[in-house]
Write a protein that binds this ligand. Structure first.
Ligand code: FAD
Length: 394
């Protein structure tokens, strides 16, 4: 009997949860056809992207081998999707040796995600773009610490100062982890940890403007306890000769600038030949079906997904990508059997942010009330979320 082939392209948070959901919903086919489920990704591992700040502060691994998380009977193809021929149900990809190959599918799920927004050349500092960049960040502040001799007061102040430019979730978590790691390392080297300074530059009026003022205030208080000072309505412009020029005309002496300017859709999306929005995200309906492309679905950061009831567009977060993937399993099964399929629904408001080892802050809105939890309980919630997102916990 012929197989029914589902190919999931991209093994980030959306992709791995889609693999699990498709397996759960479609393992048994009404027509008896056997499900062949394939994941394609350029890397031989799942990258725990939300922990990208970890290699910037320590040596913990943030990758997970595929065989630890994928359904046992599924297959993995190491490769990079290049183009989709939706009329012929054919995916063109580059394999791990650089050769162009083709894969036929019955259903294709595109979840190739996003990349970090890059800085323009010549602005100095290091953008937290991937694992290599994270390692360079760590090398830089360790090197600074080695040079920060007790007798060199003036130079020491600069060398023990770091700035994080961009105060979204990544910037906040990176700044607090950096402050914690740098203070610990300073103490270990006999330097005064109180001399370590981390500045977080926020171009907006307050942190996390999507949430209530109360949550932003609490977040800022918790950051201050970690040793992070927040500068609102101020942007980093350029780092030059140990000085970071800010948009208000002032300058900070810094030994390191880390740029965390948010995410943009993966540029590879445009080359796939599927319909995209102006900013390069795949256009889908309320069931994640890519417009005019039979059998092709898209979820996660690479898709432009709008709640059909509220009109609200999904943001680039794994907290949204995971429920999309779980719903997609049911949608694909419903489409296959011709029954009514679920529709996209925006997730509840809220955030959980890690603020260095053992600390965090969680905000959620329930029954019209703002619920805020901080400290070690919040960190436990965050750790669970990190593990759940990478399917290390069910
Ligand atoms: C440091 C950091 C912290 C974050 N913290 C949070 C947080 O606390 N909470 C939260 O909700 N969100 C957070 N985010 C955002 C979150 O990481 C993203 O929204 C999430 O990763 C989206 O998942 P995704 O599967 O759509 O895409 P991605 O995670 O980007 O995964 C895309 C996958 O596609 C693969 N791929 C790329 N190109 C191709 C190709 N051509 N062919 C095949 N495969 C390809 C990649 O290798 C990758 O495995 C954070 C992001 C960063 C960078």
């Amino acid at each position: 009997m012929k197989e029914w082939t589902v190919v999931v392209v991209g093994g980030g948070y959306a992709g791995i949860h889609a693999m699990k959901a498709v397996w759960k919903q479609c393992e048994i086919q009404a027509d008896g056809r056997k499900l062949r489920l394939i994941l394609m990704d350029p890397n031989p591992y799942h990258l725990r992207k939300v922990l990208l700040f970890k290699p910037a502060v320590g040596t913990d691994s943030i990758t997970v081998p595929w065989n630890r998380i994928l359904p046992e009977a599924s297959e993995f193809v190491q490769g990079k999707a290049r183009h989709v021929d939706a009329a012929e149900s054919l995916l063109e990809y580059e394999n791990s040796e650089g050769r162009i190959e083709h894969l036929a599918y019955d259903v294709l799920v595109v979840s190739i995600g996003s990349i970090a927004r890059k800085t323009e050349a010549g602005l100095g500092g290091i953008a937290l773009e991937g694992m290599d960049a994270a390692v360079r960040i760590r090398d830089q502040w360790i090197h600074n610490m080695e040079a920060a001799l007790p007798e060199n007061k003036e130079g020491r102040e600069r060398l023990l100062t770091a700035a994080v430019a961009g105060a979204g979730m990544t910037g906040i978590e990176t700044a607090s982890e950096l402050a914690f790691a740098m203070r610990e390392e300073a103490a270990r080297r006999g330097l005064n940890p109180e001399e370590v300074k981390v500045h977080l530059l926020n171009s907006r009026n307050r942190l996390f403007e999507e949430g209530p003022v109360k949550a932003s205030r609490k977040l800022e208080e918790e950051l201050a306890k970690c040793g992070v000072s927040v500068h609102h309505r101020n942007k980093a412009v350029r780092e030059e000769k140990g000085s970071l020029l800010l948009s208000d005309g002032s300058a900070l002496p810094v030994g390191l600038t880390v740029w965390t300017l948010g995410l943009i859709p993966n540029p590879a999306v445009r080359a796939l030949g599927l319909p995209v929005t102006e900013d390069g995200r795949l256009i889908v309906d309320e069931g994640y079906r890519v417009k005019g492309s039979r059998g092709v679905y898209a979820i996660g950061d690479c898709a432009h997904i709008v709640d059909p009831d509220s009109g609200e567009a999904a943001r680039m977060t794994c907290k949204e990508a995971i429920p999309q993937a779980q719903r997609l399993g049911k949608i694909i099964a419903a489409d296959r059997s011709g029954s009514p399929a679920p529709r996209h629904k925006q997730v509840m408001d809220g955030f959980t942010i890690g603020l260095g080892p053992g600390r965090g802050i969680t905000w959620t809105r329930k029954w019209g009330l703002d619920i805020i939890i901080s400290g070690s309980l919040s960190y436990k919630i965050k750790r669970f979320v990190w593990d759940y997102a990478s399917m290390l916990k069910s």
